[in-house]
Design a binder for this molecule. Structure first.
Ligand code: BJ8
Length: 425
């Protein structure tokens, strides 16, 4: 690693030894899981480069932005609207939470039976290994599941700049009014942080920038309908993960370039896997970087993943924000409309998600669905039962998995997944 990066990490307050260890593990996992894949699109070289520089070049870019006075806002949830952040002249970064770190320290603050995602966020903070977290001028938490909303009370003692957004749990007029009020409050907070007032022009431009990112990912999703699938689920997941922290315009360009290549691969019948490989839709909890465990098992067990019904995937990017408004208020309302459609399992009841999973399974031509629930995640584990019922009633095989970030259950998961794939053939 260059000396420049090391001094940047020191300035950010990272624990260099712990950080070196994390990068070592991440690099090895990436080599074993990603670079060992065959028949990858050339365009994935960009994402390989992004991952090799994930704590280097991208952080340097963020530092350069900060030097010009731009602010960085970190978030743990797809309910934090990037449109508002960009319009206030700030940059939004996702705070990944996809790996276990400093678990002994974490379990002094959180009960053992807390989901891996929440524990990971704490582990990265306590272990001082995440340059995104340390470079954020504001960290946005949200009142979604009980685990998250209570853990933010403790996180508030660990960081100086936590902002907590209240979120509705019911899709009613009252719920929508809460979302509207909270987005207006967040808009003011972002404006105060940056000293920039959001204008109709800046908001429209921000909406277009974020829509372009989403549209590029929609293109990948629709190309994955082909058989043979032109890209692996692992590679498509990586694009969805990088969505959360890359420079938006560069991300859009890179994804569109991959799509151009995928169109040619489809014409040439060139796939990541052979034709008629069993096709799986993954549904459930978000898979943040570097949580590649389940797709790795699935795609080394004879199936290909053709869609992710997840916040790091379809649920996060599915709808565009209407950009036809002329005033800030009109466009804020369009933002509320767009985000109010997100069918996270924290909503009760949540029938839209069941419908959406069925639609998605049909549109990506999945032979079966694997429901991915993180251990101790009540919202998704509870919902996995009606998901399984509705799918099986419609003759779509479903396998419910409950796991965490450890590798201890990999053998057992592989056995169950292989048996499920066998059943799809
Ligand atoms: S909109 S899915 S990103 S809240 S896995 S922490 S739910 S106990 S992540 Fe999420 Fe926003 Fe919803 Fe999406 Fe809780 Fe479950 Fe843990 Fe979870």
């Amino acid at each position: 690693m260059s000396e420049e990066y090391r001094s940047m990490w020191t300035d950010l307050g990272l624990d260099l030894d712990a950080h070196d260890a994390l990068l070592g593990i991440l690099g090895n996992a990436y080599n074993d899981i990603y670079l060992s894949q065959k028949n990858r699109p050339e365009g994935m070289n960009y994402f390989d480069f992004v991952m090799s520089e994930v704590h280097g070049l991208r952080i340097k870019e963020l530092m350069n932005e900060k030097e010009t006075g731009r602010k960085i806002i970190g978030s743990f949830c797809v309910f934090v609207p990037e449109e508002i952040v960009l319009a206030a002249n700030a940059t939004l970064v996702g705070l990944c939470s996809g790996a276990d770190f400093a678990m002994e320290e974490v379990e002094k603050l959180l009960p053992r039976n807390t989901c891996a995602l929440i524990k990971s966020a704490f582990g990265f903070k306590l272990g001082r290994v995440c340059p995104y977290l340390e470079s954020a001028d504001m960290i946005v938490g949200e009142n979604t599941c009980d685990g998250k909303k209570k853990s933010y009370e403790s996180l508030n003692n660990l960081v100086e700049n936590l902002y907590v957004m209240d979120l509705p749990q019911v899709k009613s007029e009252h719920g929508k009014a809460l979302l509207r009020a909270e987005y207006n409050r967040f808009r003011s907070a972002a404006e105060i942080l940056t000293g920039v007032t959001i204008t109709p022009e800046s908001l429209k431009q921000a909406i277009n920038t974020v829509n372009a990112k989403r549209t590029a990912l929609h293109r990948i999703s629709s190309l994955r309908k082909a058989d043979p699938a032109p890209i692996s689920g692992l590679d498509a997941l990586l694009a969805n993960q990088v969505f959360f922290y890359d420079n938006p315009a560069r991300f859009t360009d890179s994804v569109n370039k991959i799509c151009d290549e995928l169109e040619i691969r489809i014409e040439e019948k060139k796939g990541a896997f052979p034709e008629k490989t069993p096709r799986i839709l993954l549904s459930g909890c978000p898979q943040a970087v570097p949580n590649w465990k389940l797709p790795f098992i699935v795609e080394t067990s004879g199936a290909v993943i053709v869609g992710e019904e997840s916040c790091v995937g379809e649920r996060g990017t599915r709808n565009l924000t209407d950009d036809s408004g002329n005033t800030v208020d009109e466009m804020m309302e369009a933002i509320v409309d767009r985000y109010f459609q997100v069918d996270c399992a924290i909503f009760t009841p949540n029938p839209e998600r069941l419908e959406h999973i069925q639609e998605l399974a049909a549109s990506c031509r999945a032979d079966g669905v694997i429901h991915y629930g993180l251990q101790f995640c009540q919202p998704y584990l509870m919902e996995s039962i009606p998901v399984e019922n509705v799918l099986e009633n419609n003759n779509i095989p479903c396998l419910r998995i409950e796991t965490d970030y450890s590798i201890e259950d990999m053998g057992q998961l592989k056995t169950r997944i292989e048996a499920f794939i066998e059943q799809l053939k």
